[in-house]
Write a protein that binds this ligand. Structure first.
Ligand SMILES: Nc1ncnc2c1ncn2[C@@H]1O[C@H](COP(=O)(O)OP(=O)(O)OP(=O)(O)O)[C@@H](O)[C@H]1O
Length: 218
């Protein structure tokens, strides 16, 4: 039984039809990998899944209940990590993470923050302000949010950008662990990310073909 599903989804951004007639299903333990060229709608679909963007048509449901009927409940079970980082420059890494852990309902946000940084292999950045972090450190900090405030569904937009090889392997291990515990992951990528048994969704299958000159859908 799929827990999280989308049926006949249509997404419009500005006046551009990004995708239409898109279906997906995600069950406990599943990974769904979103693939497609630049602009095909991977980020848009992740934002729809997170409840940040409303589809103009179609149904998004959790356990058969429309997500639109329980937006707060949906927010609580989702962790969305976009590819624009959300690191506040004046707060330290640990403060940034504790803030996110508190929003996610953690009982002890500080302890969770430090444990998550440790798990991501960057305990030494705990006291470093966000503005001094390298691109890869910021990315690890954002991924640490997944551990600092656990939730069933991870929605990850190009999660391995800026990560070194060791961090990519670490990330793949976290995804495997999350799935083994019944968690669900949807991620977009332009590179290979190991998600054994995961399914692929090709966004270009649902994208209208545009005429480059007129900008109109053909
Ligand atoms: N806020 C917005 N307003 C208008 N159009 C937008 C907006 N955001 C995205 N788009 C358009 O929606 C389409 C899909 O963009 P999206 O970012 O979802 O693609 P993507 O597959 O994630 O691309 P990439 O691989 O480059 O990250 C693009 O044509 C983009 O220009």
């Amino acid at each position: 039984m799929p827990v999280f599903a989308g049926t006949e989804l249509t997404c419009l951004r500005g006046d551009r039809l990004v995708f239409t007639g898109l279906d997906f299903q995600v069950a406990p333990g599943d990974a769904l990998v979103l693939l497609g060229p630049n602009g095909s709608g991977k980020s848009s679909l992740l934002r729809v899944m997170a409840g940040l963007l409303r589809p103009v048509a179609g149904l998004l449901s959790w356990d058969g209940v429309p997500v639109a009927e329980e937006p707060d409940g949906h927010r609580a079970r989702v962790r969305y990590v976009g590819h624009l980082d959300a690191v506040k420059p004046v707060l330290t890494a640990a403060e940034n993470l504790a803030f996110w852990a508190a929003i996610g309902g953690a009982a002890d946000p500080q302890a969770n923050a430090l444990a998550a940084l440790d798990r991501l292999g960057v305990p030494h950045i705990a006291g470093v302000p966000g503005r001094y972090l390298s691109a890869g450190q910021k990315r690890r900090l954002n991924l640490a949010r997944l551990l600092a405030a656990p939730a069933d569904l991870w929605l990850l937009d190009e999660p391995t950008v800026a990560l070194d090889r060791a961090a990519i392997a670490l990330f793949e291990g976290l995804v495997a662990e999350h799935r083994a515990g019944g968690g669900m992951v949807v991620l977009s990528t332009h590179t290979d990310i190991a998600a054994p048994g995961g399914r692929e969704l090709h966004l270009d299958d649902f994208t209208p073909v545009y005429d480059d000159e007129s900008g109109e859908a053909a």
